[in-house]
Design a protein around this ligand. Sequence first.
Ligand SMILES: N[C@@H](CCC(=O)N[C@@H](CS)C(=O)NCC(=O)O)C(=O)O
Length: 196
Amino acid sequence: MKLYYTKRSPYGRKARIMALEKKIALELVEVDLANKPENLYQANPLGKIPVLELADGRTLCDSPLICEYLDGLSPEPKFLAQELRQRLVTLNLAAIADGLMDVTIAAYMEKQRHTQDFHQRFVQLQEETIQRCLAFFDQQVQELEPMNLASVGVISAIGYIQFRVASLWNPKAYSRLASWYEKQMRRPSFQSTIPG
Ligand SMILES: N[C@@H](CCC(=O)N[C@@H](CS)C(=O)NCC(=O)O)C(=O)O
């Protein structure tokens, strides 16, 4: 299987972490998003990564779907519970973690595109959402153990915040989340996928 990805992408990072934890062999194909190859559009008309290409040539796009597929491929470790209540809790938190990535990218890109005259109110609203999500996850740390799809999402989202908008990550404001994050970051799969 091939994973089209970038080293910076927090969405692609989730799939890479899961494959490492589950010992699923992935051929990593790094994509230049500033110069997208034609086969990326064929695989995903949105032109977004990550995309997973299966052995028979079929492709899966969107990281939640890719992660669900990878989780079904091997039994251990399991990232999504079978039991409905726990499954919904994890999927809900994972969706919020994905949304946190979305707003972080939106805030960062707005400042990148318009370095001198970015839309201040827009950026401020995204930054407030980032802070609200971090405060929310600070209250949800118990749901992120043991490792599951939501914890992988939260790790990826925080890693991306540190990478792109580091001043918005304030460990003192979210002490439970920060100490959970520090402990999690000892895992080799998290270490080897830090964005850069
Ligand atoms: N909802 C998608 C988001 C994917 C996404 O936005 N990927 C970014 C890279 S981090 C991308 O491909 N951007 C290129 C573009 O939008 O042109 C997922 O979870 O996979």
